[in-house]
Each structure stands twice: as C-alpha cells, then as structure tokens.
Design a protein around this ligand. Structure first.
Ligand code: FES
Length: 90
C-alpha cells in the first residue's frame, strides 16, 4: 500500500496529509482548528483548493458527515482593492 501521508494537502502552505492527521490527533475537530494548527487554508487561495481535502480527512477520522462540518473562516483580500474595481466587477 502506498504511503499517502507525505501527500501535499495544502499546496499554498506545503501542508502534508500527515500534518493534518497529527492536528486531528491533537484534538482538531473542525477545518478551522486544523487551519490554526497547520496553516492549511491560510495560503493565497484561502482554502479553495485544500478545504475539501481537509474536510474529507476530518470526516474519515472523526466519522463526520460533510453536512456536519462548519464552513471555514475566510479572510478579506490580501491587497487593497478600490471600491471602483469592486463595483466594476459586477
Ligand atoms: S491550497 Fe491550501 S490555502 Fe491554498
């Protein structure tokens, strides 16, 4: 069986599956708690790529259903954006 624990879960922050599983073993029960312990979800994409994988690991380890999982806290854009740019984007 291939060792999957070295697979990258969050490529923005280089967080591996093993690190996420360690966070869960330390008591993390939500994606936000995993995020605080590992930085998975704090990268440039703000978890758009890794959130689903973290939720799958949580569900597998804790027996949760996807509907039981709370959404992750997201941050505002990293760079200032003018109101005109925002208004023009719609
Ligand atoms: S892949 Fe995790 S924050 Fe981007």
């Amino acid at each position: 069986m291939p060792d999957t624990t070295r697979q990258i879960i969050c490529r923005c922050e280089d967080v591996t599956e093993e690190e996420v599983l360690q966070a869960i073993a330390q008591g993390a029960a939500t994606a936000d708690e995993v995020k605080r312990l590992t930085r998975a979800g704090m990268g440039h994409c703000q978890g758009r790529t890794c959130r689903r994988l973290v939720n799958q690991l949580l569900a597998r380890r804790l027996g949760q259903k996807p509907a039981d999982q709370r959404p992750v806290t997201q941050r505002s854009p990293l760079q200032p954006v003018s109101l005109k740019t925002l208004a023009d984007s719609h």
